[in-house]
Design a protein around this ligand. Structure first.
Ligand code: PHE
Length: 450
């Protein structure tokens, strides 16, 4: 049955696809600016702690459940539920997950559209088409809708090809390219005047700033967002893994690549901001904080590039190309969640499911764009800040409490017969049972009360 629904052909293919999902705007853009605003290396420390103690165990819960069921989240949670009530709860969780995945894609496609527009704008500048470049970089409804739709079409095109020919093939091509591009950019920016100041801000810890209230929930949200957790993405990718695969090992590889790229992006974005400062660009807000969010990406960095002459145009092109790849390998994993559900639960062919669902998500994106001021921020915080950790919490409950421990061990043994003697089996089951749910609840409680 597994091969009918598609399967990754190799470990490399899976790791590239899952790391491709994980590595996205969250790493290349979200993480570095949050680190800058919240104590540099101290934030990095909090983030690493949360990634290893909460996000990795939750990722493992999703991968193991997915691989066991070889099915989408709704069927998978139903399958491992011990009774009728929990099965129903599983259905609700799976459906909530795919709605959240679709909403994430709806806002992600908007930002990714801007990124593609900025990439093309640099190309236009190279060709001397300054008028067009200007239109491409100005916030206008026509441009926004057009490039959102273009990005959705790219995502739809890849997903309509299926697991091996679509997801695996494109992730395996694009991820090495992303890493190489990122490395080149980091090395180049480091040679510029002012870069060392940025490096200091990134690497010197300020623990006072990292312990600000509200920060931990933000770091938790970012860690879950960054590893694509809670919405069934990793579960569905896990469901396309062969039974021969050693799950704790592939899960660690994906986590490490994700963390590595976030940390590397910090070596690019922060030094670049201080190079911008050195070149006379405003990088602080009126209240003295570093500019972050969309102004960083679409104002500060372009202003920096424009101070650098022709080299700036090329660096800008390479930078927005890198961001486009990061966004695309993530967006395909978001679309796969509702698509896999529809194919498996409602017996619809892949192509039809992809076009209908992709079209609906593009329509949702358009609604967000038309009500940008009210809906954009709301969608981002509803999905990433609250829903993802909450759904991750439920996955931990399933793996830790509701699923039979022997079945879990059996699943892990498939790809690693000695797993019961190893460290993973000694730590993970109780960790996912007690530590993860309690910490997630505590952080939520603090956020709601504080
Ligand atoms: N991990 C992706 C990023 O860092 C975002 C994502 C979230 C992807 C949820 C899939 C599902 O940008």
């Amino acid at each position: 049955m597994a091969t009918n629904r598609g399967e990754f052909s190799s470990r490399f293919g899976f790791v590239m696809a899952a790391a491709g999902s994980a590595v996205g705007l969250g790493n290349v853009w979200g993480f570095p600016t949050q680190a800058a605003d919240n104590g540099g290396a101290a934030f990095l420390f909090v983030y690493l702690l949360l990634a290893l103690t909460l996000a990795y165990p939750t990722l493992m819960a999703e991968l193991i459940i997915g691989r066991h069921a070889h099915a989408n989240a709704v069927s998978a949670l139903r399958l491992i539920s011990p009774g009728r009530g929990t099965a129903r709860f599983g259905t609700v969780t799976g459906i909530y997950g795919f709605i959240v995945a679709s909403l994430i894609l709806a806002f992600y496609a908007i930002v990714a559209g801007w990124i593609i527009a900025f990439f093309l704008a640099s190309a236009c500048q190279l060709l001397g088409l300054d008028g067009l470049a200007d239109w491409l970089t100005r916030f206008g409804m026509g441009r926004n809708l057009l490039f959102m739709a273009l990005f959705m079409l790219l995502t739809i095109g890849i997903i309509s090809e299926g697991v091996q020919r679509g997801i695996e093939r494109w992730s395996s091509r694009l991820m090495p390219l992303l890493l190489a591009t990122l490395l080149c950019l980091v090395l180049y920016v480091m040679t510029l005047e002012g870069a060392m100041d940025g490096l200091k801000v990134y690497l010197l810890p300020d623990f006072g700033a990292a312990l600000k209230p509200g920060l931990i929930i933000a770091a938790l949200g970012s860690a879950f967002f960054s590893l694509s957790l809670g919405v069934g993405t990793m579960l569905i990718y896990g469901s396309y893994l062969t039974d021969r695969e050693n799950l704790p090992v592939v899960g660690s590889l994906v986590t490490l690549v994700d963390i590595l790229i976030a940390v590397l992006a910090g070596f690019l974005v922060l030094p670049a901001m201080y190079v911008a400062l050195h070149n006379g660009v405003q990088i602080f807000t009126d209240s003295g904080e570093l500019i972050s969010g969309d102004s960083l990406l679409f104002t500060v960095l372009p202003e920096l590039f424009s101070t650098m002459g022709i080299a700036g145009v090329i660096v800008s092109m390479v930078f927005f190309f890198l961001m486009s790849i990061a966004a695309l390998t993530s967006s395909i994993s978001m679309l796969e969640v509702p698509v896999a559900y529809t194919i498996e639960e409602h017996n619809v062919g892949r192509k039809k499911a992809v076009f209908v669902i992709g079209g609906l998500i593009a329509a949702a994106s358009a609604v967000i764009l038309l009500n940008f001021e009210t809906l954009f921020g709301l969608t981002v915080s509803f999905t990433t800040r609250y829903s993802q950790p909450l759904l991750g919490f439920v996955f931990c409950l399933y793996a830790g409490w509701l699923w039979h421990r022997d079945k879990l061990l059996q699943e892990l043994r498939k790809g690693n017969p000695e797993v019961a003697q190893g460290l993973f089996w000694k730590v993970w089951p109780w960790h996912v049972k007690f530590v993860c749910p309690l910490i997630i609840l505590a952080i939520f409680g603090q956020a709601l009360l504080g």
